[in-house]
Design a protein around this ligand. Structure first.
Ligand SMILES: [Zn+2]
Ligand SMILES: [Zn+2]
Length: 243
């Protein structure tokens, strides 16, 4: 298997360790044709990208790196957070206009936009801590993430079901309906097997990403490849993998 692109990498603009240029150089070394920089949205406590000016600065940096490294396509994305129960994300229309693509990830520790979102976040935090999966909470989470997929031009949902319990079947249905990809995240591949099996059976299409937080991990899909072989995902269901 050979990857053509990695759309999910972090840099110092959120809590990645490497610069944009270091990620680009790593992607070239891996033989990728496309590298996406997708730092955390601004709603993420402590680590989210700081506002529209930072996004514009990042866009400028990518533009000049693109001239320096014409052998690879460098894209600007973002890993948006869900900040309200109706699926609202933390990436504004102004920011969205700067991006080449949008990823959405359901994370804990994000700045809630309403009291309902605060309560949902607190319940998810507690449920994760106590290792509980109450059905009502799962339904509310599923409604929020499906709404996000339907409301925004989401390229892919990152690591579905990783930190927050959701109904994979409902999310896969929403992704199929809207042409949204589901991610096979190589940083957490072992934890995502159950979701991948369900989404595969239902007919979703996948994208493989590294979720690299260091340049060394850019394009490192080894754990994802093991899962793809184990679960036997046909290559035509993986948009960025060739043989
Ligand atoms: Zn994430
Ligand atoms: Zn990430």
């Amino acid at each position: 298997m050979q990857a053509t692109a990695d759309f999910h990498t972090h840099t110092v603009y959120s809590h990645g360790k490497g610069t944009v240029e270091e990620n680009v150089q790593a992607a070239i070394k891996r033989g990728l044709k496309t590298i996406g920089i997708s730092d955390h949205g601004p709603g993420h406590f402590f680590i989210g990208i700081g506002g529209i000016n930072k996004v514009r600065q990042l866009r400028k940096e990518i533009k000049s790196l693109q001239q320096k490294y014409p052998q690879i396509e460098i894209l600007l994305g973002m890993e948006a957070n869900i900040v309200d129960v109706d699926g609202t994300i933390d990436v504004t229309a102004e920011m969205l206009a700067e991006l080449d693509y949008l990823l959405v990830g359901y994370h804990k520790l994000v700045r809630p936009r309403s009291m309902a979102a605060f309560c949902l976040g607190a319940q998810n935090f507690t449920a994760g801590w106590l290792d509980l999966k109450p059905e009502r909470l799962r339904q509310q989470n599923t409604a929020a993430i499906c709404a996000a997929v339907e409301r925004y031009p989401v390229k892919a949902v990152t690591h579905p079901g990783l930190q927050i319990d959701i109904d994979t079947k409902a999310l896969a249905a929403a992704c199929i309906k809207t042409g949204t990809l589901m991610e096979i995240n190589s940083a957490y591949a072992e934890k995502l097997e159950d979701y991948v099996k369900i989404a595969l059976r239902l007919g979703a299409n996948f994208i493989v990403n590294s979720d690299a937080h260091t340049p060394e991990r850019v394009g490192d899909f080894s754990a994802a490849y093991r899962l793809i072989e184990k679960v036997k995902i046909p290559l035509e269901r993986l948009v960025n993998i060739t043989r």
